[in-house]
Design a protein around this ligand. Structure first.
Ligand code: UDP
Length: 237
């Protein structure tokens, strides 16, 4: 399989065609952004870590019945994926209070919820990805009610699976973001699952091992990403 024509560049990835119709080459960049693009930088070898973490996580999800776009890995920072018709939605799952929710609801960071929280956001950079509900998603034609029900159910299932997957590496899955698309009428998990899109804390010390180190200028950003990959490799040989 070879890399073909360039298609699209996002904040963290570049997409190319391949010689197989409908299959795309996803290159993970070291570029990092936060605060809706206001803060920019690079995190050394982030792309390598994120490609490897996404491949491992998506293989684990597939093995447990969650359909994903992953086809395979073709380079240290390159995955092959099925092209999906992406929903203009982000699904966020939360187990512990952190980030925007702490501000919105006036919570103390680190408070564990009795039940996981599932939220929908409109994918729109100009609007800063606002929080929406099912009715907004339906009214805007982003998805059918059946599809909304499905992405929420998949969000909860992925959360349950990944809590265990990360716990085996002594990592607490605080919250994370998923993106879904359609493939031949079926809802499929796309995009990535990485320390860019998850909050992961050390079980013992609660040290942040994710993009919050970059967002909040905590230092040790590269080391945190490497640590997550190292632990996952050790826990899931
Ligand atoms: N997240 C993401 N992309 C976004 C917004 C959020 O990957 O555009 C992830 C983020 O890393 C965190 C979770 O979703 O793990 C919840 O993020 P939150 O709503 O707290 O927003 P933030 O505080 O990151 O702006």
């Amino acid at each position: 399989m070879s890399r073909g024509e360039f298609v699209y560049e996002g904040k963290a990835k570049r997409i190319y065609r391949t010689d197989e119709a409908g299959v795309f080459w996803m290159e993970f960049k070291d570029d990092a952004t936060a605060m809706n693009g206001l803060k920019r930088g690079t995190i050394g070898d982030k792309g390598v870590v994120n490609a490897e973490v996404t491949r491992r996580v998506f293989q684990h999800l597939e093995a447990n019945g969650v359909p994903t776009h992953l086809r395979g890995q073709v380079g240290e920072r390159d995955l092959l994926v099925d092209g999906l018709e992406m929903l203009k939605l982000e699904v966020v799952m939360r187990n512990i209070a952190a980030g925007s929710l702490v501000k919105r609801l006036g919570l103390e960071e680190g408070r564990a919820f009795r039940e996981p929280i599932c939220e929908l956001y409109l994918k729109d950079d100009d609007l800063g990805d606002p929080l929406i509900n099912d009715d907004h998603a339906l009214a805007l034609g982003l998805a059918s009610q059946a599809e909304i029900d499905q992405v929420k159910a998949l969000g909860r299932r992925v959360n349950a699976l990944l809590q265990g997957y990360f716990a085996a590496a002594d990592l607490v899955l605080v919250d994370f973001k998923l993106e879904f698309g359609r493939r031949a009428g079926e809802i499929v998990l796309g995009d990535e699952v990485t320390p860019d899109t998850c909050r992961l804390w050390d079980r013992e010390t609660r040290r942040k091992l994710d993009k919050d180190r970059f967002r909040q200028d905590l230092g040790g950003v590269e080391e945190a990403y490497q640590e997550v990959l190292r632990r996952l490799v050790a826990a899931h040989a």
